[in-house]
Design a binder for this molecule. Structure first.
Ligand SMILES: [Zn+2]
Length: 265
């Protein structure tokens, strides 16, 4: 790697490290919201217990088209089971949810938003790459429509709420509008990586509609996420947490992508 590229990566990482933070009384709650896909929902609360909720999925029931009279396609019904668990945490800890951020528009990250929008009037936020006709892109897979997307965010944008600051990193590949969210707390960097980077693996790309891209996923991870400090704790969209340093040396999917896309490195 050229020296100038290394300097640039260092500057990006320093800049990213310094610019966003969480307040001293910040709290993080993790809830697994889909048993089949093991999807993680994160609730982040700020100075006055207002919350950003990342990826509020729900338990889903598959309804094949044969069971439906109106539509000629398979759909999913959101059971409300995990929406109720999210609501339980909200009530137990006197949290005021104000914002929903979707890391991307896949069905297992979305459907408790209906409850959150109705009960708490949360603003729904995502990257425009995963918005279709004003809705998250997998809205068409549900029997009932999701809430509309209120606001789209771009790469580099700082999302602020109640003293919390999250920097948007556009990380396409698993889906066109996939984002990761970077922040720091007491000098410790954190990343919410959606389905871009997972523990020792990555999100899948082999979707039948062609919306995934191995090359974009590889570039998102190696050029953007691996430029973050090694000690960044990564909270992914599925399974357990990891760190950037750990994934640099132990991610077999990234290693196989490297052989395909950057064999000289
Ligand atoms: Zn996904």
């Amino acid at each position: 790697m050229k020296f100038s590229v290394l300097v640039l990566l260092f500057l990006i990482s320093v800049f990213a490290f310094a610019e966003v933070k969480l307040p001293a009384n910040f709290k993080l709650y993790r809830i697994e919201v889909n048993t089949f896909w093991q999807t993680n929902c994160y609730i982040l609360t700020g100075e006055t217990n207002k919350a950003i909720i990342i990826d509020p999925g729900d338990e889903l029931k598959f309804i094949p088209k044969e069971d439906r009279e109106i539509q000629d396609r398979d759909v999913y019904h959101s059971t409300g089971e995990h929406a109720a668990r999210i609501d339980f945490i909200i009530k137990k800890y006197n949290i005021t949810p104000q914002m929903i951020i979707y890391s991307h528009g896949h069905l297992d990250h979305l459907s408790s938003a209906t409850m959150l929008k109705e009960k708490y009037k949360c603003e729904t936020v995502m990257h425009k790459g995963d918005v279709r006709d004003g809705y998250p892109k997998d809205n068409r897979l549900f029997d009932l429509p999701l809430p509309k997307v209120d606001r789209t965010v771009e790469d580099g944008e700082i999302i602020k709420l109640d003293g919390m600051e999250l920097r948007v990193i556009h990380t396409p590949g698993h889906s066109p509008g996939g984002i990761s969210l970077f922040t720091t707390f007491n000098g410790q960097p954190y990343l919410f990586s959606g389905d871009t980077l997972l523990y020792h693996t990555t999100g899948r790309t082999n979707f039948k509609d062609g919306s995934g891209s191995d090359k974009l996923l590889f570039e998102s991870i190696t050029k953007r996420l691996f430029a973050l400090p090694d000690d960044t704790i990564v909270f992914p969209g599925h399974y357990e947490y990891t760190t950037i340093g750990e994934e640099k040396v132990s991610n077999y999917v990234v290693d196989s992508y490297r052989k395909l896309f950057a064999p000289e490195d």
